[in-house]
Ligand binder design. Structure first.
Ligand code: NAP
Length: 321
């Protein structure tokens, strides 16, 4: 990170006061992945307080999910709004089963907050890829495309019309995902930031594909930077890094509640947030790389590779766009 990036980070963490969300989500059905802890749990609680009709906590442990449901009901006084549903983003079959359940049981899906995430320093595989890439990137886009038709229907019925933390050298590979799945070449210290950059690039391309589509129902998509938030996300990182982060956290981190505000802000989904990178609850500026011609070419390559991958997992899925 350059000095000016670091000063920008400190400014954002220490000087910016985030706006507490007030928009109400009356009657809306919202899915929050990884909602049993951290920012996802805080956002789910806020959505229940803001009058959402149903909030689905998509969690890999139903026990932790049910504990979150009870906690949300007790703290908001609104029982029966949050529900825990099983979703393990490390397994495509679980993503597909979750999506089937959504289509069968949720007549509307207003918002998908693809919040779950992993921060690992050890190389482990899940399905075809390294686990951070499977969970943070591939499975979330698989889920988004599987739910897109239901979200479009919902929109048609109910809606009136800078990650600069990695050099991402793997972008030069003719097959980026294959390169990232090669343990011998893996640079796990940067893997999390690579996964987040890929999320941003593929979400931008996804947004432009959605804009071009003539199907009815407008679905808005954006990528959120919640800032540095005091949660346990780094529990699988190396020990030295965890100590460094613990010190930085004491001085600069936002609370999970403030992190939740950034998700809830994105859930409001205005026209001007479509395809955007949201920083401090505003449309932010992605890094120079993302906006460069090379960034654009990488974005298109990643999108092609990801769509090929998703077609193999779930043939015909591209038709949903
Ligand atoms: N904290 C920060 O400073 C910060 C900064 C920028 C971005 N973010 C992003 O914010 C999001 C939430 O992170 P957090 O800080 O709130 O950390 P967290 O408390 O560790 O939350 C991560 C959530 O993801 C879930 N998850 C992990 N693997 C999963 C899988 N295979 N299937 C389903 N769910 C899975 C976890 O479930 P388990 O409890 O079962 O493990 C947990 O509920 C992440 O995407 C993270 O990258 C965080």
């Amino acid at each position: 990170m350059s000095l000016s990036d670091f000063l920008g980070f400190l400014h954002s963490q220490l000087r910016v006061t985030l706006p507490e969300p007030i928009t109400r989500f009356t009657n809306q059905t919202i899915i929050v992945t990884g909602a049993n802890s951290g920012i996802g749990l805080a956002a789910a609680r806020q959505l229940v307080s803001l009058d959402a009709g149903r909030v689905i906590l998509a969690v890999r442990s139903l026990e932790r999910g049910e504990a979150a449901v009870r906690d949300i009901a007790a703290s908001t006084g609104r029982a029966g709004v949050a529900e825990a549903w099983e979703l393990d983003l490390a397994r495509y079959a679980s993503v597909e089963a979750f999506a089937r359940r959504v289509i069968a049981e949720l007549p509307r899906v207003d918002v998908l907050l693809a919040n779950a995430g992993l921060y690992h320093f050890a190389f482990e595989r899940a399905e075809d890829d390294e686990t951070t890439i499977t969970v943070n990137v591939v499975s979330h886009m698989l889920l988004a495309l599987l739910l897109l038709p239901r979200m479009r229907e919902t929109a048609a019925r109910h809606r009136a019309g800078r990650p600069a933390m990695t050099q991402f050298p793997e972008r030069r590979s003719p097959n980026i995902f294959a390169d990232l799945a090669d343990e011998g070449k893996a640079r796990m210290q940067e893997r999390y930031f690579v996964s987040k950059l890929i999320q941003l690039l593929t979400a931008r391309e996804f947004a432009s594909e959605l804009t071009k589509s003539t199907k009815p129902g407008q679905v808005i998509t954006s990528v959120i930077n919640p800032g540095f938030v005091a949660t346990d996300i780094m529990r699988h990182a190396g020990l030295a890094f965890q100590i460094y982060q613990a010190v930085l956290r004491r001085i600069t981190a936002r609370t999970p509640e403030e992190g939740g505000w950034t998700l809830v802000h994105a859930a409001e989904g205005a026209e001007e947030t479509h395809g955007q990178y949201l920083d401090d609850c505003k449309v932010g500026k992605p890094s120079a790389f993302v906006l460069s011609p090379e960034g654009e070419a990488t974005q298109k390559q990643l999108w092609r590779e990801l769509l090929d991958k998703l077609e193999k997992i779930h043939p015909g899925i591209a038709q949903n766009i």
